[in-house]
Design a protein around this ligand. Structure first.
Ligand code: SF4
Ligand code: SF4
Length: 605
């Protein structure tokens, strides 16, 4: 017996997974998808379900673990953000050919905007490229339902299915009545079939043909057929919308008084678009507006440049989220009616994003700049990307790229001229995710740089999920651990030393030692180990607190504000000097070693 609940979109999808009898779920955290797996762990505990739920080391591993469970006949799922799907793209593409046995759902959450991603890429395009059907929910409630539909589709046609929510679905809350949950009765049973599961190129050709046949049948599967929102509307033009854009379009039609005249079709399966639907709307309408995020996936399949208006045609912006205001303007222009310009909100004061007060990464970047002031600083994906504002981050490409880019800079400079100091930074979780293969490569190729692993004992940016070094997994269950120093040394690194960045003088000396080693001997790794200041899951010992105050020696030079940028150090325009904002100061005491006039001093508690 279930009851109505106010659920986050990610929690709703998690509930859909347990309702559908999904037995194995694996994920790597990434906004906006992170709460899907923690939601599954929460429901698993609540309903006492026999499931395997894990934070995997990266998205490729997560997908492969879940896929194997599907090959063994269980329902399985993996969840990730859209750039995570890039990491998992290799098994994703191949799994489409091999097909599945138990239902297999790949949830890839997109981030139009983007709010917290490197790209605005559309996972539906990746699904199209892999020839995997994709479902596009407009709300948390529909996302929950489409999880169950996705498993039915997957098992009916023996294919992986993608569910593609966007940030507005993942992070919206909705009052939902979830369905009943019961433990899955299935037991894993892998039936050997090398011609399929270990297919050679000859068999792959046949599997590709089978996949094309499946797609043709999926394009006529009734449960995912497009629906007309307003059947009474009979204009010679129509809107076709998917995902959150469909939800906005419904509201906008009513606001503009067009709900009885302008037909609105909602598509939940943008790929493969239903073939009968394509024929029907091209026969019925002279003018078709496509509303979808973020690329023109449905528009590409309609392939009528003269009647179809969308992202490819330039009628709908190709970049950014489709907000209700934007959609109102687009629909009004399509319908040929005037629309009032939305009021422009007053510009907020705002401040640029920065690391938290007391964040150990701030001390690490400060030490790196002291140790290698003219260095090149490749960095990586994580909250430490905010080190850009501190001048400690020169490049950010993708997970793990800090290590390979540091090696690439070294090899490029070595070809001629003087090699500069190169100090790369990577987070602990990112190191385990994608930093190990490039570290091995750098050792083998004798690339000489310093790698600082910013080990704050958590995956901080996505909500403090565990890393392989911590000894606990999804839902807090105990796990084995992997020793970071041991991994670094096993990669062949000769210099591997650990320090605490909050002890700024000692840590700066350690980074200088590493820089000197890299100049003459080879690759050096420094592990900057200090827990994340806002991680409530951290159970170990924290560094001693040192309450600080500003003495009369402060001459208002702003060095600490500009070079260290702790938000708790505030320049007071009236006093023309710095003061400590005691509401947000965490008493880390690191700034004591920053002021050149020693005007920041420890004071009693
Ligand atoms: S505390 Fe020190 S560094 Fe900061 S403004 Fe005052 S004198 Fe300058
Ligand atoms: S002690 Fe200094 S560096 Fe630490 S949070 Fe307070 S003001 Fe910031």
């Amino acid at each position: 017996m279930t009851e109505r609940m106010l659920l986050l979109g990610n929690e709703a999808m998690a509930h859909g997974l347990v309702e559908a009898g999904c037995s194995v779920v694996a994920s790597y955290p990434g906004t906006p998808a992170s709460e899907i797996l923690s939601g599954v762990a929460q429901w698993q505990a609540r309903y006492q379900l026999p499931m395997h739920v894990e934070w995997a080391v990266n998205e490729k591993v997560a997908l492969e673990i879940a896929y194997a469970a599907s090959q063994a006949g269980l329902r399985a799922a993996t969840a990730m953000k859209q750039v995570g799907l890039n990491v998992a793209s290799d098994p994703f593409m191949s799994a489409a050919y091999l097909g599945v046995k138990g239902g297999f759902l790949v949830i890839s959450a997109d981030d139009p905007g983007p709010h917290s991603s490197q790209t605005e890429q559309d996972s539906r395009l990746m699904a199209m490229s892999a020839k995997v059907p994709v479902l596009d929910p407009d709300s948390p409630e529909q996302a929950l339902e489409l999880v169950k539909t996705g498993f039915e589709l997957s098992e009916a046609f023996q294919v992986p299915v993608m569910l593609r929510p966007t940030t507005r679905v993942c992070h919206a809350n909705q009052d939902i009545l979830p369905g009943p949950v019961a433990p899955s009765e299935r037991k894993a049973l892998f039936e050997k079939n090398p011609a399929r599961w270990a297919a050679t190129p000859n068999f792959r050709h046949r599997l590709h043909l089978e996949l094309e046949e499946k797609l043709a049948r999926i394009a006529a599967w009734e449960p995912t057929a497009p629906r007309l929102f307003n059947p009474a509307a009979t204009a010679p033009r129509a809107i076709v919308a998917a995902g959150v854009a469909a939800s906005h379009a419904r509201e906008v039609l009513c606001d503009l008084g067009l709900q009885d005249t302008l037909p609105l079709w909602q598509v939940v399966q943008p790929y493969p678009l239903h073939s009968g639907f394509i024929t029907d709307i091209l026969e019925k309408y002279d003018d078709i507006l496509i509303l979808e995020e973020t690329a023109g996936v449905m528009e590409l399949q309609l392939a009528d440049r003269y009647r179809v208006k969308g992202k490819c045609s330039g009628f709908v912006p190709a970049v950014g989220e489709l907000s209700p205001e934007k959609i109102a303007g687009i629909i009004a222009a399509f319908a040929g009616i005037p629309v009032e310009e939305p009021p422009v909100p007053p510009a907020g004061g705002g401040r640029r994003p920065t690391l938290c007060p007391g964040c150990p990464h701030r001390a690490s970047f400060y030490a790196i700049k002291k140790a290698a002031p003219k260095g090149i600083y490749p960095s990586d994906i994580g909250c430490y990307t905010l080190g850009t504002n501190l001048g400690g981050v020169d490049t950010v490409l993708c997970m793990g790229a800090a290590v390979s880019q540091a090696a690439g800079f070294y090899q490029a400079y070595k070809l001629g001229g003087e090699v500069p100091d190169i100090v790369a930074t990577i987070g602990d979780s990112t190191f385990f995710h994608a930093g190990i293969p490039p570290l091995i490569d750098a050792v083998v190729q004798d690339a000489r740089f310093v790698l600082v692993i910013l080990d704050n004992a958590t995956t901080a940016m996505t909500g403090n999920q565990p890393t392989p070094a911590l000894g606990w997994g999804a839902g807090g269950v105990p796990t084995a651990t992997v020793d970071m120093e041991g991994v670094v040394k096993a990669c062949g690194v000769k210099f591997c030393k650990t320090g605490r960045p909050g002890d700024l003088p000692a840590f700066t000396a350690l980074v200088k030692e590493a820089v000197s080693f890299a100049r003459t001997e080879g690759l050096a790794v420094v592990i900057a180990r200090q827990p994340c200041v806002v991680d409530r899951t951290f159970k170990g010992e924290r560094p001693p607190r040192r309450k600080v105050g500003i003495s009369d020696d402060c001459n208002g030079c702003r060095y600490c504000v500009d070079q260290f940028e702790c938000p708790a150090l505030v320049y007071d325009e009236e006093q023309k000097r710095v003061v400590v904002d005691t509401l947000i100061c965490t008493d880390c005491g690191v700034c004591i070693d920053v002021c050149p006039r020693m005007a920041i001093e420890e004071v009693g508690q």
